[in-house]
Write a protein of this length. Structure first.
Lengths: 241, 205
């Protein structure tokens, strides 16, 4: 499977999950997503755990609001009907299952390319060159920012301006940390764009490297997965009401 | 429009959005602060309005996609909100760049500009976000504003109206804070970096 095929499959699943309006339809789409995750031949527990970790707190919160406080489903509110907590619970289940599918398909896609570096994955995507370059630069600068945060934090703790634990001093001097990080990063970026990159010819080499990693847009297996996503989506839509 | 320095600025602002947004998301603050980089990108490129809109939107979009892949898979759904923030920042907030960089700091003028721009950004983003909140989240996200939605639903309002009112009650505060932080970061940015982002013909001149 190619990254392009995986992204196409994921997008089709997400669109299907958004269009499906009842539990049966969503369960069919979840089934297709689970098959996709299992086909990666890697342990799917981490993907399931991550997705559950994102959706469960939201589900509890929604239950408090919809079942506990409001006590009616949106269509009952729209119809000005008295409504029931059961209908509100069903509404929460549908919304949460949809959100779970979206979170799970992202993780399932990662499972297929678990051994790949971000550079390899981005290079293999069928995207315009400038978009690939931007993604790689952003990932690189994210690392730079995180390193700058570490360095600035250590320096400011050493200077006694902020502390490791929560404190009023952190609140009072937090802005100094933000400003220090920003100035550090700007200085690094200025140095890179003005001197380092032109001397090392970094951007041209990056483009060459991304072009060299470009693979076939879609492989035969991708079409099978895309057909499965379409079938699951159509079946999910059949149970529209 | 997309010169190498501007590409770098976009990547930098996207990384900033990602870093600050994630910290806020992880420590569960009742605010978002995930658009500071978007607003800052528009300010950095400002006199060229079209480029400012495009670059700020791209910075916000990349940050949303990366955050969506790594941390919060629901953020990319707010792409239209990102676009609206980029437009307001390039067309309105950018007008205050001289006030933001003035030395010494003209406190009343600075705060006035931040509040006006923050409120407008907040109102626009609340209006654009409401349909996404209703459709994707069923009207209730994990933030404290959900209780505001519940309150309006209890008073008999429809779901879309409730989500809109809740957004209007919380977004302007969040966006005012974001405009303030973006303005302060813009103020702290070296002139050399901003000059580098000017269109090529201006630099050559």
């Amino acid at each position: 499977m190619t990254p392009n095929g995986a992204v196409a499959f994921a997008l089709l699943i997400i669109v299907s999950a958004l269009l499906a309006r009842n539990l049966t339809g969503l369960l069919i789409i979840l089934g297709a997503t689970t098959c996709f995750a299992l086909a990666s031949r890697r342990p799917v527990w981490s993907a399931l755990g991550w997705s559950s970790g994102i959706v469960l707190p939201l589900a509890l919160f929604m239950m408090v609001v919809w079942v506990g406080i409001v006590g009616r489903a949106p269509h009952e509110i729209a119809a000005n009907a008295e409504g029931s907590r059961g209908a509100a619970l069903l509404h929460v289940a549908i919304v949460c299952l949809r959100l779970f599918i979206i979170a799970f398909i992202v993780q399932a896609t990662f499972l297929h390319f678990a051994g790949w570096t971000p550079l390899r994955f981005i290079g293999a995507l069928a995207l315009p060159r400038v978009a690939k370059k931007l993604l790689v630069l952003t990932l690189s600068l994210m690392d730079t920012i995180l390193q700058a945060v570490d360095r600035a934090r250590t320096a400011l703790i050493g200077a006694g301006l902020i502390t490791r634990e929560r404190s009023w001093r952190n609140l009072r001097h937090g802005w100094i940390l933000v400003q220090t990080v920003w100035l550090t990063v700007i200085t690094i970026v200025l140095g890179r764009t003005r001197d380092k990159w032109p001397i090392e010819n970094t951007l041209t080499r990056l483009e060459d490297s991304l072009a060299a990693r470009a693979t076939a847009r879609l492989a035969a297996a991708d079409f099978g997965w895309i057909a499965l996503a379409l079938a699951a989506g159509m079946m999910g839509l059949r149970w529209w009401n | 429009m997309l010169t190498t320095p501007r590409l770098t600025a976009i990547a930098l602002c996207a990384a900033l959005n990602f870093a600050i947004g994630n910290v806020v998301y992880l420590i569960k603050l009742p605010i978002y602060l995930d658009s500071i980089g978007t607003i800052l990108c528009a300010l950095l490129i400002f006199p060229d309005r079209l480029a400012a809109i495009a670059c700020a939107f791209i910075a916000g979009l990349i940050a949303a996609i990366l955050t969506g892949l790594m941390l919060n898979p629901f953020l990319p759904w707010f792409t239209l909100t990102i676009l609206s923030i980029a437009i307001v920042s390039a067309l309105l907030t950018g007008l205050a760049i001289e006030t933001f960089r003035a030395r010494p700091l003209p406190v009343p003028r600075f705060l006035g500009a931040v509040i006006v721009c923050g409120l407008v950004t907040g109102v626009v983003s609340a209006v654009v976000s409401a349909p996404v909140v209703v459709y994707l989240f069923g009207g209730v996200t994990g933030s404290g504003s959900a209780f505001v939605v519940a309150f309006f639903l209890k008073t008999g309002q429809q779901l879309l109206e409730s989500a809109l009112f809740a957004g209007l009650a919380t977004d302007p505060i969040d966006k005012t804070l974001q405009v303030l932080l973006a303005a302060l970061l813009y103020r702290a940015t070296p002139h050399e970096f901003i000059a580098m982002l000017a269109p090529a013909r201006t630099s050559a001149a």
